[in-house]
Ligand binder design. Structure first.
Ligand SMILES: [Zn+2]
Length: 247
């Protein structure tokens, strides 16, 4: 199977879906990565890895290393620039032109003979406008190609008592929950590869848990997915092989 991981920023692939993507690679599937921006507007890290103007270059390398850690086959970027985060943590999308994003997505899907797409969920997880843009562009892809037999699944689906409630898409009910413990070392190594974001990952969790945490502890041991269209079973049967599934 050829799977496309399609997310807005470097590190979304790892933090939102790294377990499933690593498991798919481990089971012999080809996982291709498409990232809309190079995360130019994010933080430089603690200590900073570079100056803001060079961040895109650094985060490109970090993403390539993360994809390697997840066992991915290829990684490509669309040339959108990630806007700098505004005051009071105000977040922006990289583009409102979903037609143009859809056109580029469609080329990548054809090039790699993609069978399944894994993307952001309908609420953009915690409401990030760029994540919602990606969701909308995949939705448009299936409106344009309504006869397509490609499957679409979204990450961070909703289920009772999730490990990270702030990342859940409240309108996407989980079709299954994946125990990612067998590949958690791959997800941890991928998270570590995003060097400029490591302090941010830890800070977010510390705020939530109100105690000091290590990067290893930040990585959730389960991931939930919503089957949006196509065959539910294509990906599910693969995960059943791994016996780490709750339906
Ligand atoms: Zn993101």
């Amino acid at each position: 199977m050829n799977i496309l991981s399609f997310f807005a920023h470097p590190d979304d692939e790892t933090m939102l879906a790294g377990g499933a993507l690593a498991l798919l690679a481990m089971l012999g599937h080809s996982v291709h990565y498409l990232v809309c921006t190079r995360g130019e507007g994010g933080e430089m890290g603690e200590p900073p890895v570079c100056v803001q103007g060079e961040l895109g270059k650094y985060r490109t390398i970090e993403t390539i290393n993360a994809v390697k850690a997840l066992g991915g086959k290829t990684v490509e970027f669309l040339d959108y620039i990630d806007p700098i985060v505004g005051p009071d943590n105000l977040l922006f999308t990289f583009s409102d032109d979903i037609e143009n994003i859809e056109t580029q997505l469609s080329k990548v899907v054809r090039k790699h003979h993609i069978n399944s797409i894994i993307s952001h969920g309908s609420n953009g997880e915690y409401g990030h406008p760029a994540h919602k843009t990606v969701f909308q562009s995949v939705k448009l892809y299936f409106e344009v190609n309504n006869n397509s037999d490609i499957n679409w699944y979204t990450a961070q689906a909703n289920y009772p008592n999730p490990i990270k409630p702030h990342l859940i898409n409240k309108d996407d009910p989980a079709s299954w929950i994946l125990d990612i413990k067998p590949v958690i070392y791959m997800k941890i190594n991928a998270a570590k590869a995003h060097v400029s974001q490591n302090a941010l990952f830890v800070r977010r969790s510390q705020k939530e848990l109100k105690r000091n945490v290590s990067l290893e502890e930040v990585i959730a041991e389960e991931e939930a997915y919503y089957w949006v269209r196509g065959s539910k079973d294509d990906l599910l049967s693969t995960f059943r092989e791994s016996k780490n599934i709750r339906e």
